[in-house]
Design a protein around this ligand. Structure first.
Ligand code: 13P
Length: 257
């Protein structure tokens, strides 16, 4: 099995951007531009407040909608949180979990990422689980240790059948929002390592089926080279997903890639 048999997924992570009218305008523009794309799964992960607008704007199109987080409990006294069931009931398909900004600013740990991933799967959502090393960790030569630990902990207790519903995004923290992209070789090296780690845990056949994205300053200019790599099956795009033309260029690169 090889790259050709895995689903290429390009997902936008809008982060804390766009009001509802702005969200609608962006998606209306995007859907016309990507209408003929068939071989790449297109996802827009949007703020909670934009979900309903985004679902309505993309109904019947090839654009799937995702959230940017969910809580791990089904319901209860968790002020300000959103459950996986609440998202699934709306028709949301994907959810970003364990993003480095959640880990860095909101005390997210591998334990809570694991709990959120299980909750998302139980609700029928497809988790996009983010892993990645800090610059300091890369400089200390422990990138592989950090990634292996995140993969083992974030997917602890998750069966192969459920893992197959997950997407993994390799996002080196030093490349996010910095304009400092990992080179295509660096991205390939770590994405291949993630696949090898999954192979040890779940077997090579399962590992070969998992979509592994790269994320971190991916843009219209560098996407083609990144997604041409054997183990880079798509991208999780921040800033460049906020511009329909740039996001479309990245999607088209993955169609070729
Ligand atoms: P940028 O593409 O803005 O660097 O963000 C990447 C990211 O964090 C996607 O989740």
């Amino acid at each position: 099995m090889n790259k050709a048999t895995r689903k290429a997924i390009i997902a936008g992570n809008w982060k804390m951007n766009k009001t509802r009218p702005e969200a609608k305008a962006l998606l209306e523009e995007l859907k016309g531009m990507v209408a003929d794309i068939k071989t790449v799964e297109i996802v827009a992960c949007v703020p909670f407040t934009n979900l309903e607008t985004a679902l309505a704007a993309t109904e019947g199109t090839n654009i799937k909608i995702g959230a940017e987080n969910c809580h791990f409990e089904k319901s209860g006294a968790f002020t300000g949180e959103i459950s996986a069931d609440m998202l699934a009931e709306m028709g949301v398909e994907y959810v970003v979990l364990g993003h480095s900004e959640r880990r860095q600013y909101f005390a997210e740990t591998d334990e809570t990422v694991n709990k959120r991933t299980k909750a998302a799967l139980a609700a029928g959502l497809k988790p996009i689980v983010c892993v990645g090393e800090l610059l300091w960790e890369r400089e200390c030569g422990i990138t592989e240790e950090v990634i292996a630990r995140q993969i083992k902990l974030d997917f602890f207790g998750i069966e192969a059948a459920d893992l197959k519903k997950c997407v993994i995004a390799y996002e080196p923290v030093w490349a996010i929002g910095t304009g400092k992209t990992a080179t295509a070789d660096q991205a390939e090296e770590v994405c291949a390592f993630i696949r090898a780690t999954l192979a040890k845990l779940y077997g090579a056949d399962v590992a070969e089926t998992i979509t592994i994205q790269y994320g971190g300053s991916m843009n219209a200019a560098n996407a083609a080279e990144l997604v041409s790599k054997t183990n880079v099956d798509g991208g999780l795009i921040g800033g460049a997903s906020l511009k329909a033309a740039d996001f479309t260029t990245i999607i088209k690169a993955a169609e070729v890639g």
